[in-house]
Design a protein around this ligand. Structure first.
Ligand code: FES
Length: 131
């Protein structure tokens, strides 16, 4: 097996802009989340992310079909913070992009929950305690 070449792998990741991102937003386009508004918001996200990529800022978006909340949609979730946003219209999405994704400030007036990802270290420590 070849030896691990971390710098080469990192360079390759940077070349593949879609694989490197500062934040990731999931947007529900499901039937109970105002899908027409969601589609407009989705197009805006794609357009803005292309513009930001040309400035060297990379973000990812993924469309969801349902995240089991099914009210006050479109629902969007931003990671790594795990912030849940409701009624994400294109106008709200502009603010979420500018304030949260780009500048790291949660748009509190649209956010209704925060469920951050578990840190790998804390998972490892829990597993170690059981052993
Ligand atoms: S359709 Fe969006 S949460 Fe269910």
């Amino acid at each position: 097996m070849a030896t691990l070449d971390k710098p080469a792998l990192k360079r390759k990741l940077k070349e593949k802009a879609g694989l490197v991102c500062e934040r990731h937003i999931f947007l529900c386009l499901g039937p109970n989340c105002e899908p027409e508004i969601g589609k407009k918001t989705w197009r805006l996200l794609r357009k803005r992310f292309k513009e930001l990529a040309s400035e060297g800022r990379y973000f990812n978006c993924t469309e969801l079909r349902c995240c089991s909340l099914c009210r006050s949609g479109p629902i969007a979730i931003v990671y790594p913070e795990g912030v849940y946003y409701s009624e994400v219209t294109p106008e709200r999405c502009e603010r979420i992009i500018d304030e949260h994704l780009v500048n790291g400030n949660v748009v509190e007036e649209f956010a209704f929950a925060k469920v951050p990802l578990l840190q790998i270290d804390s998972v490892s420590k829990k597993t170690e305690k059981k052993d």
